[in-house]
Design a protein around this ligand. Structure first.
Ligand code: GLN
Length: 382
C-alpha cells in the first residue's frame, strides 16, 4: 500500500449527516436527521427547469452566475433588508451554501490567521479553516439558551483575527441573532480589518413574527461581510446545490479568484429556472408560516413525551433535551433512537469540537405531515 503523507484533516471523518442518513436507511428508520424536505418542490419551478434544459441552455454559465438570477437576488435583498448589492460585481452564484463558505475561507484565511466560530457550529467551518492553516477560536454557546456573551468574544480577538463566522438563524440550535448581538458585534470589529462570513441559509425560515436580522442591514458590518444564502432551503431543492454569496466588490473580487478555480461556474439551466421562479416573491414569503406550522405540529406532538423542547426561533430544526429519558451520551442515544425506535436524529455534540454532551439532539421538521405523524407515534412510546 502506498505511504501517504500526514492527513491534512486527521480528526475528520464522514459528516454526521451522511452517517445518520445511512444508519436510518440501514434500519428503515424515519429520517429526521439530515436537513432536507421529503416533499416535492413546486411543479412550476420544476417546469422552468425542464423548459430551460430543453430549450438548450446547457453550456457554461458566466463565471459569476447568470445575470438575471443575480438581478433577482439583488432585488430580493434590497426589498427584504434595504441593502444594495450590485448584481454584476457583488453577487456570485455558487454550488450551494457549502461551496460559498469553502471559497470564502479559502480566499481570505492564511496560515496562522485566527477565525472565531460559535459552537454549536455547522460542521464545515472548522475543517475548512484548518485546511488553509487557520486557527479556530471558539465561543461555546450553552443549552438551553445558546446565547453569545460578547465580552468573552471580545477576549478572543487578537491582531491575528482574520474572520468571524456567524450562522443566523443557527443550525442546529434554531436561535436567531437579536439587535443587541449585532450592535455588540459592530462595536467589536470597529477599526479592525476583521471580515465576517455570515451564513444565512435559513434567512427565510423565522417564526413567531420575529425578524431575520441580516448582516447586510448594518452598513458598518456589510462593508466587511460575505453573506451566504441557499436556494436549496428557499425552494425545497437541496439536491440542486445552488446558492450565492453577496459581498462588496473588493471582497467579491477576491472570492471570485478562488471560485473560478473551484467550480468555475454553476449549473446554467437551473439558474435560469430559479431566476424565472423568483420573479414572484410569494414563492418564498410563505415559508415562515409554512414551516412554523410544521414546527408547531412536531412540538405539540412531543409535548406529552419526556423530551424537553428547546426554543426554536428559526431554521427547520428542533432541538430536544432528553436527559429525563436516558443518561447515554447523545451519539449513543441518537443511535439507539434510530435502531430501536426508528427515528433518526443528529446528536448536538457533533457541532462541538470537544464533543460537548448536553444530552441534546436535533430533529428536522421539513417533512410531510404524515412523516412527522409517524415519527411522533414512535417517539411517544419512549
Ligand atoms: N445542511 C444540512 C443539515 O444541517 C446537511 C447538508 C449536508 O448533508 N451536507 O442537515
Amino acid at each position: 500500500m502506498i505511504q501517504l503523507p500526514l492527513s491534512k484533516l486527521s480528526d475528520v471523518g464522514t459528516t454526521i449527516f451522511s452517517q445518520m442518513t445511512q444508519l436510518a436507511q440501514e434500519h428503515e428508520a424515519i429520517n429526521l436527521s439530515q436537513g432536507f424536505p421529503d416533499f416535492m418542490s413546486d411543479p412550476e419551478l420544476l417546469g422552468h427547469a425542464e423548459h430551460f434544459i430543453k430549450k438548450g441552455f446547457n453550456q457554461y454559465a458566466p463565471m459569476g452566475g447568470m445575470m438575471n438570477l443575480k438581478e433577482e437576488i439583488a432585488g430580493k435583498i434590497e426589498t427584504s433588508h434595504q441593502a444594495v448589492y450590485h448584481p454584476e460585481s457583488e453577487i456570485t452564484i455558487t454550488a450551494g451554501g457549502t461551496q460559498a463558505i469553502f471559497t470564502t475561507i479559502a480566499a481570505f484565511v492564511k496560515k496562522d490567521d485566527e477565525v472565531i466560530i460559535f459552537e454549536p457550529a455547522y460542521d464545515c467551518y472548522e475543517p475548512t479553516v484548518e485546511l488553509f492553516g487557520g486557527i479556530v477560536k471558539r465561543f461555546e454557546m450553552k443549552a438551553p439558551e445558546y446565547e453569545i456573551d460578547w465580552n468573552t468574544v471580545k477576549g478572543l480577538i487578537s491582531e491575528k483575527t482574520r474572520m468571524i463566522i456567524l450562522n443566523n438563524p443557527n443550525n442546529p440550535s434554531g436561535k436567531i441573532l437579536k439587535e443587541h448581538d449585532l450592535q455588540e458585534l459592530t462595536g467589536i470589529v470597529k477599526g479592525t480589518s476583521i471580515l465576517i462570513l455570515s451564513d444565512e441559509v435559513y434567512e427565510n425560515i423565522v417564526f413567531d413574527g420575529k425578524q431575520h436580522l441580516s448582516i447586510c442591514r448594518y452598513p458598518e458590518l456589510k462593508e466587511r461581510s460575505l453573506m451566504v444564502a441557499s436556494f436549496g432551503k428557499l425552494f425545497h431543492v437541496t439536491g440542486w446545490k445552488i446558492g450565492y454569496c453577496a459581498a462588496p466588490k473588493n471582497l467579491t473580487d477576491e472570492f471570485r479568484k478562488v471560485h473560478q478555480f473551484n467550480v468555475f461556474s454553476v449549473n446554467a439551466p437551473l439558474q435560469l429556472a430559479l431566476a424565472e421562479y423568483m420573479k414572484n416573491p410569494d414563492h418564498y414569503l410563505y415559508l415562515n408560516g409554512f414551516f412554523q406550522e410544521k414546527r408547531d405540529f412536531l412540538r405539540k406532538g412531543l409535548a406529552n413525551t419526556p423530551f424537553e423542547l428547546l426554543d426554536c426561533e428559526g431554521t427547520y430544526f428542533q432541538a430536544l433535551k432528553y436527559d429525563k429519558i436516558s443518561d447515554k451520551n447523545d451519539f449513543d442515544f441518537a443511535r439507539e433512537l434510530t435502531v430501536t425506535h426508528k427515528v433518526a436524529s443528529v446528536p448536538f455534540s457533533s457541532f462541538y469540537k470537544n464533543k460537548k454532551n448536553e444530552h441534546v439532539i436535533r430533529l428536522c421538521f421539513a417533512k410531510k405531515e404524515e412523516t412527522l405523524e409517524q415519527a411522533l407515534e414512535h417517539l411517544s412510546k419512549l
